[in-house]
Design a protein around this ligand. Sequence first.
Ligand code: PGA
Length: 266
Amino acid sequence: MYVPVALVTIATRFWVMHMRKCLIAGNWKLNGDHALCDQFASTVFPTDSSFDIVICPPATLLQSMQQLIKKHSSCLRLGGQDVSVESQGAFTGEISAKMLHEAGAQYGIIGHSERRAYFAETNEKVAIKMAQLLAANVSPIVCVGESRAARDQQQTLAVIEAQLSPIKAVLQQQALSCSQIVIGYEPLWAVGSDQPASPEQAQQVHQFIRESMADVPDAEALRIIYGGSVTADNSAALLAMPDIDGALVGGAALNIDSFLGLLPVV
Ligand code: PGA
């Protein structure tokens, strides 16, 4: 059994400052196995109620991880890494939002830059996936982010706005609340690169996203989390920013010690 070491009280302060519950999500991508599930589920995480911890393993591990979470009375929540735009039918290899929900997922990542780059996930598809997840009572973690070239050409905010636009349209047309939605700002140049955005760079885009989403129902409840090379060395400074409500973590979520090290401490 793993027990975190240092326990001071940043998480409570975070809650008071941000008025939104901090969310730390681990995205295992195409990694992980039953043993890693068992290690995470049997770990005693800081239990302060001011933040949520979500692990997004590959879909085949969701159900067994769900059982391990129950067995160990773990505070972990589960998320999927993608979802189909379809609800059911002849779509070989797809997984529906309802299936994710039944497997125990409370969250679902959509629009990750790897899905956009390698699997032709468009802004419009991401918006459909968001609606599918919400209808199945699964909270979407909608990823947005600009390439290095876009940033160099001062196109960051334009790219983000184009990615948000169909999302906002669906939310407004269907009068869906922002309270179940998470936006993950993940600059492509920071993902898996050991070159995280600086807290100031991330804050600038998070603030822009918050302003852009201001007309959507319950906008003040929208959680915007940062992803891209988050580690124990940089998480506290990122989470201290007023519009950063959590972190989406790839590489550092594959090892229990590095993951524990980046959590807000209670
Ligand atoms: P990283 O990945 O933490 O390894 O940069 C983040 C992500 O892809 O969500």
